[in-house]
Design a protein around this ligand. Structure first.
Ligand SMILES: Cc1cc2nc3c(=O)[nH]c(=O)nc-3n(C[C@H](O)[C@H](O)[C@H](O)COP(=O)(O)OP(=O)(O)OC[C@H]3O[C@@H](n4cnc5c(N)ncnc54)[C@H](O)[C@@H]3O)c2cc1C
Length: 443
């Protein structure tokens, strides 16, 4: 048995991986650059820091990420123990007190007899033993360069973007109206209709508005920059042509304004940001405008004249590997089986998904150190389906993916009773599979 394994990064994936290996009796050296150096999004010295929202999303097994969490609980996940111990009321979502959550993880890691924490910024693999790289979407530059140039991973940087969120009470419902396109399903969207003149005013303001300066860390990645089409800033899309938005996110077709009984020239749609419907995001409005410009320009949208912005749109770097062809479903490299990756950089997306990949990578790195065969979870489980997506997702167009029922194996027989009944069968099968494999998983 190897003397120890190395894990780089004590974020959500790295902490989970360290815990899983240590719980199997394997010695772990866990490297973390905080508090010596922080990424632009990390601020606390503790491990498993949540860099943005404090929500780990739905906790119901009828939801893909809810099922993933339940599987992780069954597999002794540290991140799930921390979440359950520090949860705050949030309806059917699992939200946590972020400070207590990270403290819980840090205490368990620092007090584990098999884990040694080393505070250092890594710029290479520490040695040629078994290593898990979990330095995250904001991996510091020397390590990102090493991964790309020395490990031959061709790490890809791109900008990820978020749209602004407004307070529902500040939307003028004398102008805006609830409807879904072509009246399909529930009327979940708030629609802000525009006349031709209003669109013209808005359009001219948008294309000439001031953009935020690129942060240093973003500027440095300009050479590799790929603007992810699905996340194109609204102002960039607008500059492609006067009508581009009207054929994109501001498409008016199928949305009848009840006050005039017809379609408008353009429509801005807002989608619920939370279950209670107290916050709405502007659909397709990911943006890189300065905050004052967002306030000025987006308030030109009819119905949003007095909008209160709860969060402005932001863009940030996201680094991930083109994993298919590079990684196996145990998260090890095809070309260097001693090297594992875990977390957001493998192409899973989200806090829980990152931790789940850390769980699988940690188990497998510890198995390799003990000269055991890899443990590949089947596609009937959400944890296994995510790992198989990372291994097999189409090369070239590979994009980070949240847990979802589109990647898990469907029941063999058609389930009567619609999607909810089908998802219940999927969840039941997944949990039964985990229970059945638990003796092997726990080794
Ligand atoms: C700005 C931003 C906001 C996000 N918001 C959300 C959200 O709201 N909800 C959601 O579900 N997901 C969100 N994500 C996506 C993702 O879930 C998180 O980034 C998540 O923290 C990823 O987990 P990880 O373990 O892969 O990386 P991280 O949690 O980032 O952990 C990586 C760790 O490695 C350390 N590190 C980096 N480089 C080195 C080095 N060279 N040597 C040693 N240590 C190093 C870092 O300090 C950090 O502690 C967001 C991502 C970003 C970038």
């Amino acid at each position: 048995m190897a003397e120890y394994i190395s894990i780089l990064g004590a974020g959500l994936a790295g902490s989970e991986a360290a815990w899983q290996a240590a719980e199997r009796g394997v010695k772990v050296r866990l490297y973390e650059m905080k508090p010596i150096k922080y990424t632009p999004a990390h601020h606390a010295p503790t491990f498993g820091e949540l860099v943005c929202s404090n929500s780990l999303r739905s906790d119901a097994t009828s939801n893909a990420v809810g099922l993933l969490k339940e599987e992780m609980r069954a597999m002794n996940s540290l991140i799930m123990q921390a979440a359950d111990a520090t949860r705050v009321p949030a309806g059917s979502a699992l939200a946590v007190d972020r400070v207590l959550f990270s403290e819980f993880i840090t205490d368990h890691i620092r007090n584990h007899p098999n884990i040694e924490v080393i505070e250092a910024e890594c710029d290479r693999l520490p040695d040629d033993g078994v290593t898990v790289i979990a330095t995250g979407p904001l991996t510091s530059d020397p390590m990102a360069d090493y991964i790309r140039d020395q490990l031959g991973c061709g790490g890809l940087h791109f900008f990820d973007a978020a749209a602004p969120i407004v307070d529902a009470e500040s939307i003028n419902m004398d102008v805006a109206f609830f409807a879904s396109r072509y009246d399909k399903g529930d009327a979940d969207y708030i629609n802000c209709p525009m006349t031709r003149e209003q669109y013209d005013t808005f359009y001219r303001a948008l294309v000439s508005a001031e953009e935020a300066a690129l942060k240093e860390f973003d500027r440095e990645t300009q050479k590799d920059l790929t603007v992810f089409e699905g996340c194109m800033p609204v102002e960039v899309m607008a500059r492609r042509g006067y009508d581009t938005l009207r054929y994109g996110p501001l498409k008016p077709v199928g949305l009848i304004d009840p006050r005039v009984g017809k379609e408008s020239y353009a429509v801005v749609q807002l989608r619920k940001e939370n279950k209670e419907g107290t916050m709405y995001n502007l659909v397709g409005f990911q943006t890189h405008l300065t905050f004052p410009e967002q306030r000025r320009v987006f308030r030109l949208i009819p119905g949003l004249e007095n909008a209160e912005f709860l969060r402005y749109g932001v863009m940030h770097r996201n680094t991930y590997l083109n994993s298919p062809g590079l990684l196996c479903a145990d998260y090890s490299m095809l070309s260097r089986p001693n090297v594992y990756f875990a977390g957001q950089m493998t192409g899973v997306e989200g806090y829980v998904e990152s931790a789940a990949s850390g769980l699988v990578a940690g188990i497998n790195a510890s198995r390799r150190a003990r000269e055991m065969q890899p443990l590949i979870l089947p596609r009937t489980t959400m944890t296994g389906a995510m790992a198989l997506y990372v291994q097999n997702g189409s090369v070239g167009s590979f994009v980070p993916m949240n847990a979802n029922f589109g990647i898990i194996q469907m029941p063999e027989k058609k389930v009567k009773g619609g999607k909810a009944a089908r998802n219940a069968v999927i969840a039941e099968t997944a949990m039964a599979t985990i229970q059945e494999l638990l003796p092997e998983i726990s080794k």
